[in-house]
Design a binder for this molecule. Structure first.
Ligand code: RET
Length: 241
């Protein structure tokens, strides 16, 4: 009998030029390490900040699990794991909206603000999924609707109710809110760029085609871990006071 165990590889080779595979691999490790960091830091904070830091850890933990699946999917099929990607986002982006709400609660944020942002983010992601996976011939149109929802989020935190609450809260909360606003405006803008590199549309002649997964993986690392560190930093500073 031939040794079946050795004829079925349990791990696939990674070519040195496989940047997608590489960024998936690094993504797994980074998200996992960040989760351990956030979870293990919890006990050092005042009670009211613990939930925020816990949510930071949940965001990177949910991403870590999806990254393990996405890495394997890419290694097995050499295709974008679009489905897992969007499931990850549908879970983690609303949690990022929750982070805004949690830090603004001390200034009187209402649940309606949270729900409004969650609805915007779901519209943004569901239409994005349709453009990438269900109806890619109209990718530009789905991307446009998704982009409008994205700008609604940007408006809400930069100029809308959330920004007013942040000003009312002042101090460390206001500084943290400002940094998170920049993450959403600049860090999140990498996603529509990746989308345009990965789908066909009028923009293809301008931008060309590129690898959507490398763009998404870099963006996820910046946004999920960076976002969490801003919250962590806020909790550290507010606990010392
Ligand atoms: C952790 C994951 C995050 C922060 C994901 C954010 C995703 C976006 C901001 C995606 C935005 C998109 C557009 C604005 C238009 C094209 C379609 C999307 C879904 C890529």
């Amino acid at each position: 009998m031939t040794n079946l165990l050795f004829s079925i590889p349990l791990i696939s080779k990674m070519l040195p030029t496989d940047y997608v595979g590489f960024t998936f691999f690094i993504g797994c490790m980074a998200m996992m390490a960040a989760s351990a960091f956030f979870f293990l830091s919890l006990s050092q904070f005042d009670k009211k900040w613990r939930v925020s830091v816990l949510v930071s850890g949940l965001i990177t933990f949910i991403a870590a699990v999806h990254y393990f699946y996405m890495r394997d999917y890419w290694a097995s099929f050499g295709e974008s794991p679009t489905f897992f990607r969007y499931v990850d986002w549908v879970l983690t982006v609303p949690l990022m909206c929750l982070e805004f709400y949690l830090i603004l609660k001390i200034a009187g944020a209402k649940q309606s603000l949270l729900w409004k942002m969650i609805v915007y983010s779901l519209v943004m992601l569901v239409t994005g999924y349709f453009g990438e996976a269900v109806d890619p011939t109209n990718a530009w149109l789905w991307g446009l609707v998704s982009g409008v929802a994205y700008f609604a989020i940007v408006y809400e935190i930069w100029l809308g109710e959330a920004s007013k609450l942040a000003k009312a809260a002042g101090g460390e909360v206001l500084s943290a809110h400002k940094i998170l606003c920049w993450f959403v405006l600049v860090g999140w803008a990498i996603y529509p760029l990746g989308y345009m590199l990965g789908t066909e549309g009028w923009y293809t002649s301008l931008l060309g085609k590129g690898n959507v997964d490398v763009a998404y993986n870099i963006a996820d690392a910046i946004n999920k871990i960076g976002f969490g560190l801003v919250i962590y930093n806020l909790a550290v500073k507010s606990t010392k006071d």
